[in-house]
Design a protein around this ligand. Structure first.
Ligand SMILES: Cc1ncc(COP(=O)(O)O)c(C=O)c1O
Length: 336
């Protein structure tokens, strides 16, 4: 593979079959779309490039700063893309909870503006939130910024309608999976992929994974935040389902230790939520006839307060993993 630019390496990520001995589903083939193998480390690389690309030439001409409301993976990708074009990048966020992410963004040359608001994702209905006020300011015409606007920009989901979704169908030999299960942040990725899959087969079931009330999982909005805003259309999902941060860590460990997939907690949440959801369907299936949609796997985006996250990681390091995740997840009796 020869590329002119690292940007050309975005997309075409592998779809990897997960060993049934690990997940314990008897009649469902489970695949994981390894978005962590995008060059800047996550599913957000696709959206970041697609959103930034049309405005870059003008931004370079005017020397505009690239700006996004993000505390993680979108910021990471945009910081690199801006730097590659000689532009500065500013990440505006209500909270930058994980010092490592902040350090990485600073290392990549990002400017970080932290606001004293409360919400994890942008909540335009909260008109007092400083993030909402900042977003409104950015969206005013004539601003000297290149504002990529990931919560509202249709090019966010279009990146996945053009890339991620068709890649899944191609890799499954031209058919859509029976289920597509993904974590929901801005909803750009799940919306774009779901549209493509349902275009192939209107019966595809789409499950959107969110964090529970008062919980934090990197990149996932909480169930309280799953309102109709920006790119989030509740009609996209047959079911929204909460995942706990503990489950996300368990899933992350299973992916790392049993599958060799070095995903972050968001990928872990996707894995755990997927297996838990499919377990019920699996017990009803009498033959191996269905394919499970792959969770999207990526790195750290937004996170639980760092101290809590670190405690979770420390506990996880010494936590014995079930001999097969199937044990914990109620899988094959012969593997218990
Ligand atoms: C690793 C990871 N997975 C999934 C998501 C959710 O993606 P989306 O914003 O497209 O809903 C994010 C969001 O930042 C993320 O960083």
């Amino acid at each position: 593979m020869l590329y002119d630019s690292i940007i050309d390496a975005i997309g075409n990520t592998p779809l990897v079959h997960i060993d049934p001995a690990v997940h314990g589903l008897r009649h469902i083939d489970l695949y994981a779309k390894l978005e962590l193998l995008n060059p800047f480390g996550s599913v957000k690389d696709r959206a970041a490039w697609n959103m930034a690309q049309p405005g870059l030439a003008t931004a370079v001409e005017r020397g505009s700063q690239v700006v996004e409301l993000s505390s993680g993976n979108t910021a990471k990708a945009l910081a690199v893309i801006a730097g590659m074009h000689g532009l500065s990048f500013k990440s505006v966020t209500n909270r930058m909870r994980v010092p490592e992410i902040k350090d990485l963004l600073l290392l990549l040359g990002a400017e970080i503006e932290e606001l004293p608001g409360q919400t994890e994702c942008l909540d335009p209905t909260n008109t007092e939130d400083p993030l909402t006020l900042f977003h409104r300011e950015l969206s005013e015409p004539g601003r000297a910024y290149l504002h990529t606007d990931q919560y509202f920009n249709a090019r966010n989901s279009e990146a996945h309608a053009a890339g991620t979704g068709p890649e899944i169908v191609k890799d499954l030999g031209g058919r859509a999976p029976d289920w597509f299960i993904a974590c929901v942040g801005t909803a750009g990725s799940s919306t774009g992929v779901a549209g493509v899959l349902r275009g192939h087969d209107p019966n595809v079931k789409v499950v959107g994974l969110v964090a529970g009330k008062h919980d934090f999982i990197p990149g996932i909005r909480t169930i309280d935040e799953a309102y109709e805003v920006g790119l989030v259309d509740p009609a996209t999902y047959d079911a929204p389902e909460p995942v706990t941060s503990d489950e996300a860590i368990d899933g992350m460990l299973t992916l790392a230790r049993r599958c060799g997939i070095l995903a972050g907690p968001t990928g872990g949440a996707a894995y755990h939520g997927t297996v838990r959801h499919l377990r019920a369907a699996d017990t009803e299936l009498t033959s191996r006839q269905a394919r499970g949609g792959g969770p999207q796997i990526g790195g750290i985006h937004r996170a639980r307060p760092y101290r809590e996250l670190r405690q979770l990681y420390q506990a996880a390091a010494s936590r014995p993993l079930p001999s097969a995740a199937s044990q914990e997840l109620g899988g094959r009796p012969d593997q218990r």
